[in-house]
Design a protein around this ligand. Sequence first.
Ligand code: FUC
Length: 875
Amino acid sequence: MRKFAVNFGLDSNSFPVAAFKIMHFFTQQPSFTNRKIIFLGLFALIIHSVSAQKPSAIWYRQPARNWNEALPVGNGRLGAMVFGRPADELIQLNESSLWSGGPVNRNPNPGVAKYLPEIREALFREDYAAAAKLTQKMQGSYTEAYQPLGDLLLKQRFSGQPTDYYRDLNIANASSTTRFRADGVTYTREIFASAPDQVIVVRLTADKKGTLNVTAAVQSPHPITKTVAGRQGLVVRGKAPAHADPNYVNYNSKPVFYEDAAGCRGMRFDWRVNVRSTDGTVVADTAGIRVQNATEAVLLLTAATSFNGFDKCPNRDGRDEKQLADSYLKKALAKSVDGLRRDHVVDYQRYFNRASFTLETASVVNLPMDERLKRYAEGAADPELETLYFQFGRYLLISSSRPGGIPANLQGLWNPMVRPPWSSNYTTNINTEMNYWPAEMVNLSEMHSPLLTWVGYMAATGRETTKNFYNARGWTIHHNSDLWGTSNPVGDNGKGSPSWANWAMGGPWLCQHLYDRYLFTGDKKYLRDYAYPLMKEAALFCLDWLVEDQQGRLVTAPATSPENVFITDQGVKESVSVATTMDMGLIWDLFSNVIQASSQLGIDADFRNELTAKKNRLFPLQIGKTGNLQEWYKDWQDEDPEHRHVSHLYVLHPGREVSPLTTPKFADAAKRTLEIRGDGGTGWSKSWKINFWARLHDGNHAYKLLRELLKLTGMEGTDYAKGGGTYPNLLCAHPPFQIDGNFGGTSGIGEMLLQSHDGLLNLLPARPDAWAMGEVKGLKARGGFELDMSWKEGRLTRVAVRSALGGNCRLRLTNTLRGDGKATLKTAEGANPNPFFQLPENRYQTQSPETPADGVWIYDLVTEPGKTYVLLGAI
Ligand code: FUC
């Protein structure tokens, strides 16, 4: 049956529709004698299909036992974790701007720039211990922490044990449902977070008149006041901490405090719960809103903070959070629940429905997610779980990152702790970027915007950081940032390890996102007015940061390779050295992109020439004695050869300096590096490795890691180095929960299906054997192309190319294709003339992406803006 669905080019949700169409077709055939039988058979199929759980539903037979089993809903700003408990429901709430602290002190440790010459001097005489000690002096304050808002508690009265329990998260319409029977009544709770109306809607119903008795109460980990508003509303007000230490800092007697004499630290918040409508009676007091003898009750919840920008005192110069919360609520109260739901679904699906992914499935796995994950971990096939995981990443991005809002943090939008792991901040030595790897590719470019905007704020503080810490021009940020755009090396003025705190390459890495947005969308105005100036300034920092080594090569010093440690020739463990491969790879990438961007914009020729000259002198990539791509300046051993960070392979992914298509020798070395690192690792580490293996075009290896990423874990607590897997709620375990692994997994699947970073569109570059037949729709490629692809027995049978910008579309695949009559394909010749596919000058390049290879076809399709081209392959 599933095969049937795929044959008709359908995603599983549309199966019933297709079955109806087929029924209609047969009933219209007069010569068809067995019409009736066919009709009944198909009808049975429809019933089965409708009653089966949709693959877009993540469902369970029991309430969440802990946070890792609760279900996330969000509208980019307001988030909720739904536990689904019958008698005492817990809905844990977040608001994306609620962080501790206030604007950063941009010069937290004055005078430290004087250490830089000493550090360099120590490094060049190979005194790594002295260099590390001095580097550690160049640290400032820690970031602030993302805060929970509070909890909505629903205390429902009924007698006896509930039966027929069910709860789900439906990512097709972004809503969560809890249902159970008690006292002979079926109670249903539906919850969704609406972006158009900036409200969380909780609809409670009973299927027997007047049997719903529930009290909505509130609580918060912060000091709050509760006020009754009207007869059926509650207002909760409070203030975020003035400061919260990271969870790993344990030497302060008061790690969290609220006192803020200057009115510049600790923002105010206001959240409101209101009964939108009910046929029961309502009484509100500060203990809660009591709804009695109702059949239905709709609760609306909204919130606002006084956050007024990264550089404004959130209290003294804050926004009027009361007025904001009030206006959201008033607007939502004026709409019917059906209207709120309809507008929410339309808004959500406008993004979500742009892309789909289906795989041939022998049988539908109709199991609760915890059982389904367990079965999968035991080795069972479940292609729909894999496609669901891909879509779940898209769901999370739409739910945690909306244009005009705040970027998704380490936990996206969802955090119940005042001192969350790693402050739930922006960790830019991998995690923040990973959150946004899938954004462009999975057709959610708008959701990338919060990060791109944030880069501008980080640059504002970053300019002062480079000046104050290094006497350098331009801007950069170090490995941690927050709502306030922190950019200094953290570590509390010398208490952090330089192996993570003093990595200075956050600016270059974030600039890759700025440029990629341009490559995907072709938006020249954005490039000229916004992205390029920030990229140029980041390059200015790099120009000042680079120094010559004894051989005249340009190196970074001090340099670290997050967060790894090498063993010197004398057997000493150190982390601070010179020209780590990641540093050099990031600078290579930034310079390449600034060179390309300035030439496309036709500006800054002199600067371009300077960068080109410097780029040629960058310390080179090196292949180590075991054939690996070297991580360090010298061929040192790692303290932990299986370290979770694989920073030096930045050049393979998300960078583009190394690729099997252009630099095969270095791609082989990268492969060797991955073999030595092994397949282990925490959540995000595993996800990164999926992307690496996809870039090495090894689909089966990528798939093996995807299966491991999805491995069910019940593990709680924290494990910095090992662990990983997936919690019963499908969120990624570091552990603890970190959302980057989910986004990295979605990106990895995308990279397995389509790549466009190295000169052409590579179709199904890393398709695993397990995905022999399938279909993906709406994947984006650089150059403004959008692709649908169907394949059977591993061969592409149909490719639709939608061209937004026109230009040559060069396709690489492993079977032949022909135009459908309207589209004309030519065998590719010479370099791709499309400027979005121009390869940067690369001294390691030994072949072009279109170099003939066995069983590979490379075509050119000349496209016009706004047109779609259909290409067909013979099976
Ligand atoms: C980096 C990683 C850790 C964790 C933290 C948030 O420091 O090394 O594993 O992901 O970020």
